[in-house]
Ligand binder design. Sequence first.
Ligand code: SF4
Length: 383
Amino acid sequence: MVQPLALYIHWPFCKSKCPYCDFNSHVRERIDEPRWRAALLAELDHWAPSLKGRELVSIFFGGGTPSLMAPVTAAALIERVAQHWPVARDLEITLEANPTSVEASRFAELRAAGVNRVSLGVQALDDASLKFLGRGHNAGEARAAVKLAARLFDRFSFDLIYARPGQTLEAWGEELAAALAMAGDHLSLYQLTIEQGTAFATAFARGDFRLPDDETQGALYEMTQETLAAAGLPAYEISNHARPGQECRHNLVYWRYQDYLGIGPGAHGRLTLGDEKRAVKNFRAPETWLKAVEHDGHGVEESLLLSADERRDEILMMGLRLGEGVGRDAFRAETGGDFERSLNAARLASLNTAGFLVLDETGLHATAAGRQRLNAVLGALLA
Ligand code: SF4
């Protein structure tokens, strides 16, 4: 069967670098946007012959800050995609946006370009927290941008970061209630983590701030799960909540370990080509990628053939993030074997007894407690 395809397009630029961010995002004084547009289009052209005929189910503009991209660039890319591939009738086109007033002023043009879903980086609903997180917007702008997104787009979501320094259960409960009052059918709620190489990593090591202790973090996570489930937006993934049917289809492709093509600096892909599945990775540095595309027509740094064992590990790493887990059919199709034959029975049994994993007739699932500490669970399962 020919697999459907999702497309990720990376726009690597931001106005400033947020202190917690370890994404492939860069600040540049000047961007030659026509040159960038041409390169992104060229990389689409490069992939079109080898992925010919695949139905495209989603386009996702991520970053960086793709809401800083000129709407004409988004429009050109969407148009080119439709020239190369048949698109699903309910094609989801998501764009990540920051809720500054400048970016919000482009929403209507982005809608006209074909974007039908936005995901807003709100991150907090009070000005002091936004300042701590180094964001370029205030709470008033965020609320206005969410309102505008709700009016203009078929679907929208926004992100918040919790487990911030000093955040109590009570304060987070109030923020969640305020978020739910303005939410649509999808919310992404991430715990603040300190990533290596970020400004927060340095400040944290210096003792400038502390995170809530493990117990408080656990309680904040549980409260988040319960509050969102009670509001009709249960977690379908560790940090993502939606009304049933309103999950982000693009991210579901990743977590269900289906095929996606990545375009732009640092973009990754997983592509089934004939009998092979490949892990494709683009050059990460924006200018290196740009020059490679201008020279070779693509910015691929590495294209690795994935072994059966690697595919087994990847489908578990991705699928156990989801509430639905990894289905038996999907696992068999990817690895050629069953869970019982492919996994260590003793390890599986002990993770089941500990309350982290469940294997039943539909497939393998992580419990809520298992999802909360998924890296450790996977480490024990696949050791
Ligand atoms: S706007 Fe987003 S991608 Fe850019 S630096 Fe901040 S968190 Fe990172």
